[in-house]
Design a protein around this ligand. Structure first.
Ligand code: DX5
Ligand code: ZN
Length: 227
């Protein structure tokens, strides 16, 4: 990963891509100018949907030239941290709601050498992150209830982002927004301090591996709206 900066980064979620073609989809969005690749891991227990696990992460890793940003929507988290780190995750994000020992989880993530992310569901206040600021490299603010792509952006989360941004101060912590990001909602969160914008549907709509230009247009439209 490159040095810390707060410029806008667009992170397409492969949840909205062709599941039979992850390698080519990743190469297409990277060629079309995205900054990170967001990988949504769901267990059918913490969230009501199932995607894939560490073996898939390992298989797609060689196709990622930018940053592999792994969002774990699983509980428990701790038994699987080493497997996701070994799969090559640059960032591993765990939910504060996923268990009683988030402090230990974040320490365990950093101990692998990966960057540690903390995700907050829409029902969780910004203050939940306060005791953890020295243990995190990224805070992911969920702007939908996790589990599915294509949901509507929850506007009350803008206030959460604002609070987090002032709590973070000068610390090198990214604020990532996940859910319902498009050219209309991106500027609302960028204006209050978010720098990583995850987008699934809004990046992959209208394009394909054989016709990747819409991916580039979608990425540019989100970036332009947020910048
Ligand atoms: C939701 C996932 C998101 C999702 C975003 O549980 O964490 O990353 O893919 O999808 P869109 O951009 O379609 O809202
Ligand atoms: Zn996600």
């Amino acid at each position: 990963m490159t040095a810390f900066d707060r410029t806008i980064k667009i992170a397409p979620s492969i949840l909205a891509s062709d599941f039979a073609n992850f390698g080519a989809e990743i190469e297409a969005v990277e060629a079309q100018g995205c900054d990170w690749i967001h990988v949504d891991v769901m267990d059918g227990h913490f969230v009501p949907n199932i995607t894939f696990g560490p073996e898939t992460c390992k298989a797609i890793r060689p196709h990622i030239k930018t940053v592999m940003d792994v969002h774990l929507m699983i509980a428990p988290v701790d038994p699987y941290i080493d497997a996701f780190a070994a799969a090559g995750a640059d960032i591993i994000t765990a939910h504060v709601e996923a268990g009683p020992h988030i402090h230990r989880t974040l320490q365990a993530i950093r101990a692998t050498g990966a960057k540690a992310g903390l995700a907050l569901n829409p029902g969780t206040p910004a203050s939940a992150a306060a005791p953890l600021l020295d243990l995190v490299d990224l805070i992911c603010v969920m702007t939908v209830n996790p589990g599915f792509g294509g949901q509507k952006f929850i506007h009350s989360q803008i206030e959460t982002v604002k609070t987090l941004r002032s709590m973070i101060g000068d610390r090198p912590i990214h604020i990532e927004i996940d859910g319902g990001v498009d050219p209309t909602t991106a500027p609302l969160v960028a204006a209050v301090g978010a720098d990583v914008l995850v987008a699934g549907s809004a990046v992959f709509k209208g394009g394909s591996v054989k016709n990747p230009e819409p991916y580039g247009q979608n990425i540019s439209a989100i970036r332009a709206a947020a910048s």
